[in-house]
Design a protein around this ligand. Structure first.
Ligand SMILES: Nc1nc2c(ncn2[C@@H]2O[C@H](COP(=O)(O)OP(=O)(O)OP(=O)(O)O)[C@@H](O)[C@H]2O)c(=O)[nH]1
Ligand SMILES: [Mg+2]
Length: 204
């Protein structure tokens, strides 16, 4: 269980992130998928990460300190068509540089909208992470928006498509920021990842 969460800093330059002296986990996914909302849900702090109905809200790398022990990071979304190419390319460089260079990053959660059929951009991003050796799990979001059956169908369809992209299917969670579906499981997993990192079993 997360007891405390505080905003630390926002950056556009991955090189200005806080000293990498503790475990770090980042949330990433398409614009509007619910990254910031899920951060607020798992930390039980409504206004901690800024959310919006309009895609493109989060534009910087945002560090939050969790329980004075590890960093949770909210990233801008990918695949947002409405910003101009220069801005989009800038975000992509910022995100990929962060993911490749951040030495204390012990894992990332790739958020996927559980309402949608498999999206190419998500499949390609998961492939990119596998190629770059960025350890990732999948977190399906907005499960409250439809029946359990429909969510399950979409999750299974996504996993089947993913078989064409990566050899090993990543672990996955089904969540809702609205009604806390999957929250306990996800938090338990994140805390376990932090413990493993601290005990030096991850990243050497
Ligand atoms: N019903 C429902 N709505 C959600 C859920 N998660 C997020 N939303 C809504 O989806 C919209 C986008 O949420 P954000 O958390 O801002 O999404 P984001 O991925 O951080 O978006 P960017 O910062 O633009 O990349 C908001 O209107 C949220 O209220 C959920 O689990 N259930
Ligand atoms: Mg956001």
């Amino acid at each position: 269980m997360i007891k405390d969460a505080k905003f630390v800093i926002s950056n556009s330059n991955p090189g200005n992130c806080p000293k990498p002296d503790r475990a770090e986990i980042a949330f990433i996914g398409r614009s509007n998928v619910g990254k910031s909302s899920l951060i607020n849900s798992i930390t039980d702090k409504k206004g901690l990460a800024k959310t919006s109905q309009k895609p493109g809200k989060t534009q910087l790398i945002n560090h939050f300190m969790i329980d004075d022990r590890w960093y949770l990071v909210d990233l801008p979304g990918y695949g947002f068509a409405k910003v101009n190419k220069k801005v989009k390319d800038g975000w992509e460089i910022m995100i990929s540089t962060y993911l490749k260079k951040r030495e204390n990053l012990c894992g990332i959660c790739i958020l996927i909208d559980s309402r949608l059929p498999p999206q190419l951009i998500d499949l390609e991003f998961i492939l990119w992470c596998a190629t770059e050796g960025v350890p990732a799990v999948l977190v399906f979001t907005k499960a409250d928006k439809q029946s359990k059956n429909k969510t399950n169908q979409n999750v299974q369809a996504f996993l089947r498509k993913l078989e064409n992209y990566v050899e090993e299917a990543p672990q996955y969670f089904v969540t809702s920021a609205e009604n806390a579906t999957g929250k306990a499981e996800l938090v338990e997993f994140l805390e376990e990842l932090v413990k493993e990192y601290e005990s030096g079993t991850l990243n050497g």
